[in-house]
Design a protein around this ligand. Structure first.
Ligand SMILES: [Fe+2]
Length: 416
């Protein structure tokens, strides 16, 4: 047995009370939202073991196109190879570990480290390095020094990566989202990539998702601009057990064919309605998340996604969603409209208002986690999605505790 850091023990010991149906589940212990020790544990438990969305295949359409992204302190390259395949690999040069590329996109034939000019091909294969002949033969370097590969799966054109070589396929865990995806014809839509916040925002990554996925607060935090999508009409999709990777709810509109507008949720939508959507889809907004780092909003005129990049226990960068511009999948005809930019700017005005209201809440919530009175409160039925997120997390926290040989204190841990 290994003894966990007291903050990790506090969360693990408190997990049983959080892991259950909404009527009985309670908020996670506060250490889960601010402890550096727990954050390190959580990144290993969750980010190093889960499918993480990095963007859309449409963003890297041609051989040699790449995106360099950093997920939980791991810089990676996502590259379209000469054979058309998309691969993901560590972006660190095999020499002394300088990143080949960081936080950028482009097209290249090779990746060359700026430090000592070690060079790799599009599949991560070692190509050459200057002044290394006395140390090793080229054949030895080619054998030993290629970039470590990371699992990739495409889902409806979204690129997901997984650092766990033993990860199970993503698609079977995503079936709950399929009815929501119907009618969007993503392959023929245009992706406007998400702009990432230039500075990190100061709260825990889970808090962003929790605020996003629960409708309880919308009538109080977003008066008027959310009234068109009243929270009491929310429909929840039930939790399907430990292999479920989707948390989703939808909110019916007061009128058909609404969407996000300069006045918040309202009709008419900012852009032309997607005619291939069902009547049901035109009468609602769907809020989904693919934990831990993606959210996806289904609207009658577009599909909008956001990505989350934790920077530390109380810090994250956000791209898209309702936070920044972009992360938009839209029909070509919409993007071709002569007044497209004006319409997008008006929609962003509504998005900005919602985002600012939520930001104020998230900042206050983060501060409160340091209080000795920080509660482990009960949930409303309108927070069904929060109890589901707790369950999703609990599976992963417990698995990591077992891998680390921590003592199994709680009943649920011992039973597994
Ligand atoms: Fe909100």
């Amino acid at each position: 047995m290994t003894q966990p850091h007291p903050d990790i023990a506090a969360v693990l010991d408190g997990l049983d009370a959080s892991d259950g149906p909404v009527e009985s589940a309670r908020v996670l212990p506060p250490e889960a939202y601010m402890s550096p020790a727990f954050h390190e544990f959580e990144m290993a438990a969750v980010y190093m073991r889960s499918w993480l969305c990095v963007g859309r295949a449409q963003q890297i359409p041609a051989p040699g196109d790449y995106m360099a992204v950093t997920l939980a302190d791991e810089p990676i390259l996502v590259v379209r190879g000469a054979d058309g395949e998309i691969r993901a690999m560590s972006a660190l040069c095999r020499h002394r570990g300088h990143a080949l590329k960081e936080e950028c996109m482009g097209n290249t034939r090779t990746f060359t480290c700026p430090y000592h000019r070690w060079t790799y091909g599009l599949a991560g294969e070692f190509i050459g390095a200057p002044h290394m002949g006395r140390t090793a033969t080229l054949a030895e370097l080619k054998r030993d020094e290629s970039l470590p590969q990371i699992k990739v799966e495409l889902w409806y054109g979204f690129i997901f990566v997984n650092f766990d070589p033993a990860a199970k396929p993503l698609a079977p865990t995503m079936t709950k989202l399929e009815p929501y995806m119907a009618g969007y014809d993503l392959d023929n839509m245009v992706t406007i990539e998400p702009e990432v916040t230039s500075k990190p925002v100061p709260w825990n990554w889970k808090m962003l998702l929790e605020n996003y996925i629960e409708p309880y607060h919308t009538q109080f935090v977003h008066p008027v601009i959310h009234d068109f999508a009243p929270n009491t009409g929310t429909e929840f999709d039930p939790w399907r057990g430990p292999d479920d990777n989707v948390i989703v709810r939808y909110v019916p509109f007061l009128e058909r064919d609404g969407s996000l507008t300069e006045k918040g949720w309202a009709a008419p939508a900012s852009f032309p309605i997607i005619e291939s959507l069902s009547d049901k889809q035109r009468n609602r907004v769907g809020f989904g998340m693919v934990p831990p780092n993606m959210n996806i909003i289904f609207m009658p005129d577009m599909l909008c996604y956001g990505l989350i990049f934790p920077q530390g226990p109380t810090s994250l960068k956000v791209g898209g969603g309702l936070f920044t511009a972009g992360g938009w999948c839209m029909p070509k005809s919409t993007v071709a409209l002569p007044d497209f930019r004006d319409r997008a700017a008006r929609m962003m005005e509504g998005s900005r208002q919602l985002g600012e209201q939520d930001t104020a809440i998230n900042v206050s919530m983060q501060r409160a986690k340091y209080s000795r009175f920080s509660p482990r409160g009960r949930f409303s039925y309108l927070e069904e999605t929060l109890s589901q997120f707790n369950r999703w997390l609990a599976v992963r926290y417990r698995a990591e505790a077992r891998r680390r040989n921590y003592p199994m204190r709680s009943a649920a841990q011992a039973a597994e």
